[in-house]
Design a protein around this ligand. Structure first.
Ligand code: CO
Length: 648
């Protein structure tokens, strides 16, 4: 699934040229040497995360010629014998460990899942007598045909779970090595597994239901039937090449410029997004990323604990796919490799992890004028920067789109396999039957975008814009009035907001010191999709852990330590970390250096058509210039060569 190659030290690239460039193989190896010299890399130590510890914004933006910032890496080190977990920062510049903090598992939770956990878990669970007995009661005596799925445990305050590094393990029947195991869940039984003691400490065996039998092997001709023969080729060609340029990690296209980053935890990161306007480089977003997502499942029985924080618990960047031209991407594609590390902190390159290309996007603008007869048409086009990742059953594509007219879109493409269970029968409201006897619980996919805004500089504020009709009155005698209501969100607590589709609610990020030609603040507007945020009860353990997902919008004052909306350590964290804690000080955000955090994503009621592999479902948000330009900024876009040259 992921094409990784071990990097030899000789192949390691030179020291990076920009402080925001992702950690290179050479960086990782230099960091390892410092950690080893400090005695922190015992044989039993694994890297649960290893990545660039980005310098603070003021250091990066410091005047040219000033001292470049310290090059630092952050490592989450897990001792798989003792269970000790530590958060360590090393300075490559100074060749030393900068800080080391040992986690308290009761208050900090646990480090992310490591690769080794998957293998250890399957081997030990299959050998556990109590679990084997539970399988045998279901007629499953050949454990070599049972696959186990180690799932993050959450935090529910159970006495025998406190302080343990653990996973909950569900089972699926895989009749042969090519069988699609998600088709055959063994329901009602779970092994609770201690990853440090490497043993099952509890087997939960609540009910028995038949293992669904129908094959979901979507690449088996017996399942998909004869392939269509009437799809003719579509080829995308750009005979003169694409219109973007890539210089190291610096990407330029039309008026846009940005730096491309990549991190094992967050995946693709975008930095210093700016737009050129009449020769002036105008900053827009200092950093854009998707630093968390949670998939809470809605079945209250037996599987009440299912809620996966794919980013904070599993690290979406680490599972990035190697993309293939013609399959994953069409046209003139530029790929960037991503360098991550294995459990031992050794660099691995994911080839073609980041895809950059241009797409035609239909009409940009068009008008046939009834008075002067002019008929003009322009093509819209977008720059696409994306990557795809596979986390367990689901595959997620993370796409950023930049348009000629200054619009930015973020889109998530969700595909892959539904997480399945046995369907209990009747009309069970918490799940859908997607194949005979096969259920897929209702769930949410809630993403958090972190948008460190710099709309024409650091001094920004956020206005909430609602629209409404107005009652008939002296100023509105015929009742047709529609007005906007503008509310400045002055402090962090005031800016914890929900979307409101009935009021067309948007949020406008305004500069508090730059104005347009009308003397009004330049701004960019966030258009949310306004789907429901977290639906779990506010008193639930998952609400405490996914506090970020209870609001569509948060605005915080920039703090370089506030990177992750569910906190730095998400796995088994008891809750309260991240955004709810960040805003506890209720800082002033009017005219400050601010960060927007936007929660979005669908509540997924699975359909039979989502099985056995789900057609891409999409969600996202849009940012549009609003008085950022003085008029339509695309009047200078030429008509397509050879067409519509003179529409008169
Ligand atoms: Co889903």
């Amino acid at each position: 699934m992921t094409d990784t190659a071990l990097v030899s030290p000789d192949a390691a690239d030179a020291h990076p040229g920009h402080p925001l460039d992702p950690a290179s193989a050479a960086d990782y190896q230099a960091g390892r040497r410092i950690l080893a010299a400090a005695g922190l890399l015992a044989e039993s130590v694994r890297f649960a995360y290893y990545g660039l510890d980005e310098p603070a914004k003021d250091e990066v933006l410091a005047a040219p010629g000033s001292q470049p910032p310290d090059r630092r890496l952050r490592a989450f080190l897990l001792d798989v014998h003792s269970g000790e977990s530590a958060d360590v920062v090393v300075s490559l510049t100074r060749g030393q460990v900068v800080s080391r903090r040992v986690l308290d598992p009761r208050s900090d939770g646990q480090l992310p899942i490591i690769n080794e956990d998957f293998a250890v878990c399957e081997e030990v669970v299959r050998a556990d007598p109590q679990w084997r007995a539970a399988m045998a009661r279901r007629g499953l005596t050949d454990v070599s045909k049972i696959r186990t799925c180690p799932l993050t445990a959450g935090s529910f305050g159970a006495a025998d779970e406190e302080g343990r590094r653990m996973v909950r393990v569900l089972a699926f029947v895989q009749a042969d090595p090519h069988d699609y195991a998600w088709s055959h869940p063994v329901d009602g039984v779970a092994a609770y597994f201690d990853l440090i003691e490497r043993r099952v400490f509890r087997v939960v065996d609540e009910f028995e239901r038949p293992v669904p039998a129908e094959s979901g092997n979507y690449d088996d001709p017996a399942v998909h039937g004869p392939l269509r023969t009437d799809l003719r080729p579509i080829e995308i060609t750009q005979p003169d090449g694409p219109s973007f340029t890539l210089d190291g990690t610096r990407l330029r296209w039309q008026n846009w410029s940005m730096r491309i980053g990549f991190d094992a935890r967050e995946g693709l990161t975008l930095h210093q997004i700016a737009i050129a306007d009449n020769g002036r480089e105008r900053p827009l977003i200092y950093r854009a990323s998707l630093p968390e997502m949670v998939v809470p499942y809605g079945d209250p029985a037996f599987r009440y604990w299912q809620a996966y924080f794919d980013t904070g618990e599993y690290l979406v960047g680490k599972w990035a796919n190697s993309l293939e031209l013609g399959c994953d991407c069409l046209g003139e594609i530029a790929y960037l490799d991503a360098t991550i590390t294995d459990d031992f902190g050794e660099p691995r390159v994911i080839r073609n992890a980041i895809c950059i290309h241009e797409e035609d996007y239909g009409i940009l603008w068009k008008h046939t004028d009834i008075f002067n007869g002019s008929a003009q048409s322009r093509r819209q086009r977008r720059l696409v920067v994306s990557f795809f990742t596979t986390v367990g059953n689901y595959d997620y594509g993370f796409y950023w789109y930049f348009y000629l007219d200054g619009t930015i879109e973020c889109e998530i493409k969700m595909t892959g396999a539904l997480f399945t269970a046995a369907y209990p029968g009747g009309d069970y409201p918490y799940s859908s039957e997607v194949a005979p006897g096969l259920g897929a619980p209702v769930h949410q996919h809630l993403f958090s975008a972190r948008l460190d805004m710099t709309v024409d500089g650091l001094a920004n504020a956020v206005d909430e814009i609602d629209v409404s009709g107005c009652p008939v009155g002296p100023d509105n005698p015929y009742g047709n009035a529609i007005r906007q209501h503008v509310t400045r969100l002055g402090t962090e607590s005031q800016a914890a907001r929900r979307a409101d589709a009935a009021r067309g609610r948007t949020w406008r990020v305004v500069s508090t010191d730059q104005v347009n030609r009308f003397g009004r603040p330049v701004s960019y507007t966030l258009y949310p999709e306004a789907a429901p945020p977290l639906l779990a009860d506010p008193s639930s353990p998952v609400s405490a852990r996914a506090g970020f997902a209870t609001r569509h919008l948060w605005v915080t004052r920039y703090d370089p330590a506030q990177r992750y909306p569910a906190g730095d350590f998400v796995n088994q964290h008891p809750g309260g970390a991240g955004l709810p804690a960040f805003i506890a000080g209720d800082r002033d955000i009017d005219g400050a250096d601010i960060v927007l955090w936007h929660t979005f994503g669908p509540t997924h009621v699975p359909r039979p058509e989502d099985w056995p592999v789900m057609p891409v479902a999409r969600c996202g948000f849009t940012l549009k210039p609003t008085g950022f330009f003085g008029r339509n900024p695309t009047l200078d876009v030429p008509p397509p060569a050879g067409h519509c040259q003179d529409g008169r």
